[in-house]
Design a protein around this ligand. Structure first.
Ligand code: PAN
Ligand code: ZN
Length: 185
C-alpha cells in the first residue's frame, strides 16, 4: 500500500451495505413516521418499534460545507399501513436548488418526485436504475415490492433537509395497493 493513501477498506460498499469508519446509521421506526400515512386507524394499530427504513451515510466533510458531497444507502423494508406501502418521510433540500442522484441497488419501488407546482410523478426504481433529482424537487421513495428495497444516494453537503413542508402538505399523490397492484393515486 502506498503511504498516505487511505486504505480502501476503511470505507467500502460491500453488497448492499456501506461499511467502514465514521458511517452514520439512522433508523426510522413507526413512531418516527406519525402523520405520514393516510390510514390513521391502521397506523395506530402498528407496533411503534417496527423498523421501516435505515440509512447508512458517509459524511466526509461537516454538514453544511459548500462544495462537498455526501453519500448514503437507504434500506426500505417491505410492508403496508392499510393499503399504503412503506415509504420514506420525503423532503426538499433546505437550499432548494441542490440536486441529488439516487440509484437502485436491490428490490423494487417508486421514486416520487414533486415539482414546485405540486405535480407528482413516479420513477420505477430497480437494480441499476439511475435517477437525477433536480433542484426544487421534493423526493420520497416507496417500497412497492415484497423484499427489501435498497438504493444509493449522493447529494451536496450543503443541501440540508427540509421535512416541514412535506409534513404539512404531503405529496399530491400516494402509492396504494389497488387490488394487489401499486398505483399512484
Ligand atoms: C436520502 C434520504 C434517505 C431517507 O439520503 O435522506 O433516503 O429519506 P428521508 O430523508 O426522506 O427520510 C436523501 O435524499 N438525502 O438528501
Ligand atoms: Zn435528498
Amino acid at each position: 500500500m502506498i503511504s498516505s493513501t487511505i486504505n480502501p477498506t476503511d470505507i467500502s460498499i460491500s453488497g448492499i451495505h456501506l461499511h467502514g469508519k465514521n458511517i452514520n446509521k439512522i433508523s426510522r421506526t413507526i413512531k418516527d413516521l406519525s402523520g405520514l400515512f393516510s390510514d390513521e386507524k391502521a397506523f395506530a394499530k402498528m407496533d411503534n418499534s417496527t423498523l421501516v427504513y435505515e440509512v447508512e451515510s458517509y459524511f466526509p466533510v461537516a454538514d453544511g460545507t459548500e462544495g462537498g458531497l455526501f453519500f448514503g444507502i437507504t434500506h426500505l423494508y417491505p410492508g403496508k399501513i392499510g393499503d399504503e406501502y412503506f415509504m420514506t418521510r420525503g423532503h426538499l433540500h433546505t437550499i432548494t436548488n441542490r440536486a441529488e442522484y439516487y440509484w437502485g441497488i436491490e428490490g423494487e419501488g417508486l421514486l416520487l418526485l414533486m415539482d414546485e407546482n405540486r405535480n407528482t410523478r413516479g420513477e420505477l426504481i430497480i437494480p441499476g436504475s439511475l435517477h437525477y433529482i433536480s433542484g426544487g424537487t421534493a423526493h420520497r421513495v416507496v417500497n412497492t415490492g415484497k423484499t427489501l428495497l435498497s438504493f444509493g444516494a449522493c447529494w451536496p453537503s450543503d443541501a440540508g433537509h427540509n421535512y416541514e413542508a412535506i409534513a404539512k402538505t404531503g405529496f399530491s399523490k400516494r402509492v396504494l395497493d389497488v387490488q394487489g397492484k401499486p398505483q399512484l393515486v
